[in-house]
Design a protein around this ligand. Sequence first.
Ligand code: FAD
Length: 476
Amino acid sequence: MTSPALVWLRNDLRLADNPALSEAVASGRPIIVLYVLEESGGPRPPGAAARWWLHHSLVALGRDLAAFGVPLVLRRGAARVQVPHVAADCGAAAVYWNLRYEPGGAAADADIRAELQAAGRSVESGLANLLASPHEVATGAGRSFRVYTPFAKALRARGTPRHPLPIPPLSRAGGAVAPESDGLEDWSLLPTKPNWAKDFAGEWNPGEPGANLRLDTFVEGGLRDYRDGRDFPALAAVSRLSPALRFGEISPYQSWHSVGLAAAADGRLDGSAEKFLSEILWREFSWHLLANELDISTANIQRKFDSFPWRYDADDLVRWQQGRTGYPLVDAGMRELWHTGAMHNRVRMVAASFLVKHLMIDWREGERWFWDTLVDADEASNPANWQWVAGTGADAAPYFRIFNPTLQREKFDPDGRYVRRWVPEWSPECVAGKGRRSAPLLAELEGGQYPAPVVDHDMARRRALDALAGLRPGEG
Ligand code: FAD
């Protein structure tokens, strides 16, 4: 009997446009697909909301593969142990995967490749989840980019990304005898007591078919308003594709070409399509930063912020996490995040800025909260955006640019539709200026009322600017 090919899927949980899967099928061998829940020694382990997504995405993947008679094997533990074991158990002649660039994952892959090859198995890997390898896009001097605009220009100069691949003829690759698999339920990826994700299912449809439907719906509907509407959280003008891209249920190539094709057919979509493609390039830029700077979730890219006098105030942090800061746009965003696992990009910027500048709490606290609560929590995009908002990134909104959360609400949610959905107890009459009180006292006083602002905007602004001015010059 022909020895099988093992396809190790990671952040590429899809059948279409999957070079590793297509090449494995082209080899003519029967296929076994493997997913390893790596809880140490690899990429950053997923947070709670992403684990919810992962569970459902794996259910969908298993179902899609089973339709072709291709088994999905689940294993938990260090990939350095599990991948060589499974390859040996099934006698795989070849192992295929798509490249990944998170530092922990890339290091694990190098070790696994060496071990598999030493055991006489061939290893093939291709580019699937980014439009370009973060190590291939470089400045004229051969260095990595730290600024978005020249990065995006250099990436675009490489030409139009390749066209997406179709689903390979998987029925020809079915029927392999699979080694033992864990049961997905035994991984306990879903919350139970309490089930804080109970509203997620009405919001999302994880898996490749759901991702395709979302992309089609966006291209046929929201794209038209994307350029002008993408900053308004009450409008359905954004794609909401980020979790699907995060788990690779859809590829950037598929997104790029669907939107490009729509614009080619209808010139009125040009401006919106261009804007959307530039956002896809922000994702690429985040990965470029992570792959080249390595520790962006823990270290300030601008080292001068290492001496910034962050405050640690547990009450304020909890108020921010729970959406009880007394600033309605911030609170609406934080509650949307809790109930749906997502937050609109404009609101992410305002809520993140509020934590870092108004409350002067270290951006890493916010990054960790988002990591745990976002279904799209991404090892590159999350810290890169936090550093951008905090002003600690290389190409960041400068720290002295401080969003006024009240003006942001008036501008981007002028009729209050978004805020009222998440903060029904708020009305424009809940006026600022009741002064700052301690959190426990406030909780008592509030009695279901919308809270007074946790901090006065003008005072907070001055405090942040004074702290910035106190940073020692010449650092970073
Ligand atoms: P669209 O506007 O439809 O954009 C299309 C795609 O482009 C997105 O799905 C996403 O993959 C990519 N994209 C858009 N904006 C950005 C951006 N600023 N940076 C990187 N990629 C982008 N995005 C994540 O995918 N994961 C995260 O963990 C994450 N954390 C963030 C944290 C903060 C503090 C901020 C300000 C932004 C963060 N973002 C993150 C970026 C952005 O908010 C989301 O990608 C976007 O809101 C997803 O909604 P969408 O799919 O409708 O986006």
